[in-house]
Design a protein around this ligand. Sequence first.
Ligand SMILES: O=C(O)CCC(=O)C(=O)O
Ligand SMILES: [Fe+2]
Length: 280
Amino acid sequence: MDKIRQISSELRDWIISTLNNGVSPVAIADAMIKKGFDPKFAYEALFRIVGNESIKTSETNLNTYQSELPEIGKKGNVITTTDREVKVLSRVEKPFILHLDHVLSIEECDELINLSKDRLQPSRIVDPTTGEEKVAPGRTSKGMHYTIRENALITTIENRIAGLTDFPVENGEGLQVLNYDIGEEYKQHFDYFPPNKVDHDKGGQRVGTFLIYLNDVIEGGETVFPKAGVSIVPKKGSAVYFHYGNSKEQVDRMSVHSSVPIVKGEKWVATKWIRQGKIY
Ligand SMILES: O=C(O)CCC(=O)C(=O)O
Ligand SMILES: [Fe+2]
């Protein structure tokens, strides 16, 4: 079979974010070669990316993503669920980002932190060579995952997210809780899977992220969307929803984001990654 000698802009972005997260270029080149890339091409492409040189990608138009408004974006500025009224604080169309107030009550935030704090482990990223999760310098927070409907509070939160987004609970991965201390961060990344990691038997691609802020951060710790020029300041009980996948299985590279280092205080968030179909 002929070896691959061109790179998509999606793969280029994925390589950049993987490098940012501290994975070695050699490990990335190995992963590319395993996937059928020409070894010389893989090393040259990586060399150029590491050296910040421009590279030619296979798409002629870099902005091919066609945005589709998610259901949550059609509900106006006050969204009513079965157990809550949620106000929209701010809205961006491209990439699609909504900042929502009072998604969780103060008590619910505190309860979730309390339930999670004894189960924290160093956060991990997916190693491109082995596909296994590993600790990396670009992601210095600690975190843990719940299983779906693990307890009464998780079930309430999952039902509320489903009511707000109209995505069934079964499209959501287990809720992840993260804790960042001073200096800790999550460098620029995409939440969607690299194209070769999409599992169509498990709901397919990730299309949106529902991120809930569980405390106020004294300084730092914003969620930054650099291509949108947007920075969300954590506010206890508020949440940000961003949407980056469409029905054509395209993903929006504008959704790149980071959690900037904590300067003072600490940060607690809960993340629900939502896939296009049912996972379970
Ligand atoms: O902590 C944040 O603000 C961002 C977290 C994040 O990007 C993620 O969990 O995917
Ligand atoms: Fe993220």
